[in-house]
Design a protein around this ligand. Structure first.
Ligand code: NI
Length: 396
């Protein structure tokens, strides 16, 4: 029997110091050289078998047990965001324009904490744990790069486990939903071509701006009129680019945006309607159009068996009232790519900043989280992992 809570608690000071160090030194996608260097060094110190440069700046550490058994993949992401931090804390980012504004500094710290805690129980371990420190989650590219470099092979994992600190929920609450919990994302680029001319002579021009305005409005009808009301979807136009002067009707307009859905069928429906609407409006307005859609990430889908098993373990730490089964978000996460292949559980750990009068969410320049969530998360994740590979590890 392992007392996960006490063992994680004994790492508290180290966890907080490490998280603050990562927070002070944020690194953007595929540039996590300092971070991954620290990760590799720490895993080496713990005696894990370490591979670096997996998916450019990713690190994999394998903790091999004394006996044979299943392989558990534990995933932590490492990258920061291009945001100028506005927090006046002693551990604020020292790199202007870069900030850990999503909690990945915490995730990397937690991953190392779990490795440390479980490496002390190596003798009891039946199987192995594959710690995957992933780069470039924020641009949705790190998981793909690591998969391309063989992270899901040799040894091939049996289960994927991971967590995201979630500062919209108080500490003690966990989001442990079944099925899709984070949306799949696609990006789109719409080009509209009219006929440029003088701003004073619209009758001899074809105005792509008026066409773009109609397209933006009409796209709003996809979610409200074409998607099953019991399903979820988002279509957001996030950028419009056209024109150069007060008195010129431009030749072209370009729209960018994102599509989010939990199901591929819904995504396909949204995309088909988008193409039809753009094509129809453009031709009605005398423009020509192209629509380019790129699928960026698949939904994060929790496997029902792994989720049920995980809930039983996590419940011991937070009680029934701490387990929220309905927490979902239209935000995307490329851990879904691992979980598409290897069944898994990705859960949210409440980490709201105590006493905050105004809420600053993920990706906000004043984002922060409750550091009490660090030892708790180490206990939760270590115990969820141990449930697969340490037969004697029962109880919280
Ligand atoms: Ni994140």
């Amino acid at each position: 029997m392992i007392d996960f809570k006490a063992e994680a608690e004994s790492l508290r000071d180290e966890l907080i110091a490490r998280r603050r160090d990562f927070h002070i030194h944020p690194e953007l996608a595929f540039e996590e050289y300092r971070t991954s260097g620290i990760v590799a060094e720490e895993l080496n110190k713990l005696g894990l078998e370490v591979q670096t440069g997996v998916g450019k700046t990713g690190v994999v550490g394998i903790l091999e047990g004394a006996k044979d058994g299943p392989t558990v993949l534990v995933r932590a992401d490492m990258d920061a965001l291009p945001i100028l931090e506005k927090n006046a804390v002693e551990y604020a980012s020292q790199t202007p324009g870069k900030m850990h504004a999503c909690g990945h500094d915490g995730h990397t710290t937690i991953g190392l904490g779990v490795a440390k805690l479980l490496s002390k129980h190596r003798d009891e371990l039946a199987g192995r744990i594959k710690f995957v420190f992933q780069p470039a989650e924020e641009i949705v590219g790190g998981a793909k790069a690591m998969v391309a470099d063989g992270v899901l092979q040799d040894p091939r994992p049996d289960v994927t486990l991971g967590l995201h600190l979630w500062n919209s929920m108080p500490i003690g609450k966990l989001g442990v939903g079944d099925g899709p919990v984070m949306a799949g994302s696609s990006i789109f680029t719409i080009n509209l071509t009219g006929k440029g001319g003088h701003g004073a002579l619209p009758d001899v021009s074809i105005d792509p701006i008026v066409c773009a305005a109609q397209v933006v409005t009409a796209l709003q009808s996809i979610v409200s009129r074409n998607v099953d009301p019991l399903e979820s979807a988002v279509v957001s136009v996030t950028r419009i680019q056209a024109g150069t002067a007060y008195n010129i009707i431009p030749q072209d307009a370009e729209l960018w945006g994102t599509i989010r859905t939990f199901k591929n069928e819904v995504r396909d429906r949204v995309e088909n309607r988008m193409r039809e609407i753009v094509d129809g409006i453009a031709s009605a307005m005398g423009c020509t159009s192209t629509v380019e859609i790129v699928h960026k990430s698949v939904p994060v889908r929790n496997d029902s068996t792994v989720t049920e098993r995980g809930r039983e373990v996590l419940r011991q730490f937070v009680g029934d009232e701490g387990i929220l089964t309905t927490e979902r978000t239209m935000g995307a996460e490329d851990v879904g790519l691992f979980m598409d292949d290897i069944p898994g559980l990705y859960f949210f750990v409440g980490a709201a900043v105590p006493g905050q009068t105004e809420y600053y969410g993920h990706h906000h320049p004043r984002f922060d989280f409750d550091e009490n969530a660090l030892p708790l998360s180490v206990a939760l994740l270590a115990s969820a992992v141990a449930d697969y590979v340490i037969p004697t590890a029962t109880g919280a």
